[in-house]
Design a protein around this ligand. Structure first.
Ligand code: GLC
Length: 470
């Protein structure tokens, strides 16, 4: 089967979050299963672009509103990623350093999607499946069905995977002329609450819709940033497929980013060494449990609760633990977390930004990973943590609920709580500190979580099974 994945991110070319990791891994595993999975993303100006070889495979052009855009499709030449990576270059529109965050993001991603459909329409054959990810690619199923120029693609099956339904790609109706000439009778497919809603349109038009965990799909029927009714109505075509992790990238036994490689047999020793190096680097106390947070500092991840929860824990539990934070996002939260650096020197450190290497070192050196997310469609960090023997402390939601079981339950191995509140977080931290005192129990849990199978093999196969039904 030939599958083309369309996304805004793909690791290692461009990653802002979990979407990049998934699109950088899933196709690789689909190829291993004997299929041909390709990826197409926008050509941002990333380091990867300048340090690798690319060849031009197609040149084309399209009109958008009153402008004409030329585009070029280039392909990574060496197949080092385990799949063919194609990039769409549109001069002055896409070739920027960041993935998101520009005033004209709407135009940028509309143009990207048109270029992708235009390019596919020029192939001599059609792919078996067009698999689009999140709202940045969610107008593609509509374009393939309802834009006159691309009508011959209307029989090609499409799958939309929702990694995050909070962001929906809203577009004013005044901009409806961004879309290539389309069948005006179909306006209802684009509209949600008097705006063009890319995600809603994708849910309606894609042949099948998946979310990145079953738990998240269930929640979307009553919490979907306004699209609840749509998820209820379209539930027949929706299913949840849990993400995997790329065990070639996330393996403590072979990880070149970490200081001391280890596996389940020598995890105690291995983690101790990594923890010591990490604690020395950030002036923390290696004798105390090390609790980390890695991720975007936004409300969705409940990062706004961290400053208070950390201060309360350090006061009430008399500095019985260390915290290390890595992330960026809301400047207010970044600031508050930075301020704690001065207040709790020796127990706490926070690093602002995105740092792939440090993230690996933190998973390797920490004892616990905190994920208090208000919304977590799947969550990969808890799985990375477990692979590195770091015990997850998670809120029971979405994919976290599907992948972590509290150690108080039979066969459980993590720390779970119900509410995204300062109180629930501090109480869970307290439980972590108590658990840490029982070193044998910790060892047992560590060995258990490091052996859980979170590999992509299973989920990649589930996607293939889904494609076969189309
Ligand atoms: C988004 C979600 C996260 C998920 C990731 C990959 O970043 O917030 O929960 O794991 O996408 O699907």
């Amino acid at each position: 089967m030939e599958i083309i994945h369309v996304s805004a991110e793909c690791y290692p070319y461009a990653k802002a979050g979990g979407l990049g990791d998934v699109v950088g891994a899933l196709p690789k595993y689909q190829n291993k299963l004997g299929h041909i999975a390709k990826v197409v993303i926008p050509m941002y100006r990333t380091d990867f672009l300048y340090s690798n070889q690319f060849e031009v495979v197609h040149k084309g052009g399209f009109g958008m509103a009153h402008y004409w855009f030329n585009y070029t499709v280039i392909k990574e030449s060496t197949n080092q990623l385990g799949f063919d990576l194609y990039l769409i270059d549109i001069n002055n529109l896409i070739d920027r350093e960041k993935i998101y965050g520009y005033d004209d993001d709407i135009e940028r991603f509309a143009a990207f999607q048109i270029a992708v459909v235009d390019w596919i329409s020029k192939w001599e054959h059609t792919p078996d499946v067009v698999h689009v990810h999140d709202h940045h690619a969610a107008l593609i199923p509509f374009m393939m069905q309802s834009c006159f120029a691309y009508k011959h693609l209307s029989s090609v099956p499409t799958v939309l995977t929702i990694h995050n339904a909070q962001y929906q790609g809203w577009m004013d109706w005044n901009n409806s002329n961004y879309l290539p000439e389309w069948d005006k009778w179909k306006w209802g497919l684009l509209d949600w609450n008097k705006t063009i809603n890319s995600l809603a349109c994708g849910i309606r038009c894609a042949t099948k819709v998946t979310t990145v965990s079953q738990g998240y799909l269930n929640e979307l029927r009553y919490n979907a940033n306004g699209l609840e009714m749509l998820f209820e109505y379209e539930k027949g075509k929706c299913s949840g497929i849990i993400n995997g992790i790329d065990e070639e990238v996330w393996n403590p036994a072979t990880d070149k980013y970490i200081n001391n490689e280890y596996s389940v047999e020598d995890a105690e020793e291995g983690k101790r060494t990594n923890k010591k190096i990490l604690c020395d680097q950030f002036s923390l106390d290696k004798e105390k449990p090390l609790i980390i947070f890695i991720g975007r500092l936004v409300g969705e991840k409940a990062a706004d609760l961290l400053p208070q929860a950390i201060s309360d824990s350090l006061y009430h539990l008399d500095g019985e633990m260390n915290f290390l934070i890595l992330g960026s996002g809301d400047p207010k939260i970044e600031n508050q977390l930075q301020q704690l650096n001065g207040k709790f020197t020796g127990y706490y450190n926070s690093q602002t930004g995105y740092n792939e290497k440090l993230a690996h070192q933190m998973y390797a050196g920490a004892d616990f990973l905190l994920m208090p997310s208000r919304v977590e469609p799947c969550g990969l960090n808890q799985m990375y943590a477990m692979r590195y023997g770091t015990i997850p402390i998670v809120r029971n939601t979405g994919g976290l609920k599907d992948t972590v079981k509290d150690f108080g339950e039979k066969g459980g191995f993590g720390i779970c709580f119900t509410n995204a509140t300062v109180w629930d977080i501090t109480y869970s931290i307290h439980r972590a500190v108590e658990l840490y005192k029982e070193s044998e129990k910790v060892e047992e849990i560590r060995s258990q979580i490091m052996q859980i199978d979170h590999s992509w093999e299973y989920s990649a196969g589930q996607y293939i099974d889904l494609y076969k039904t189309l």
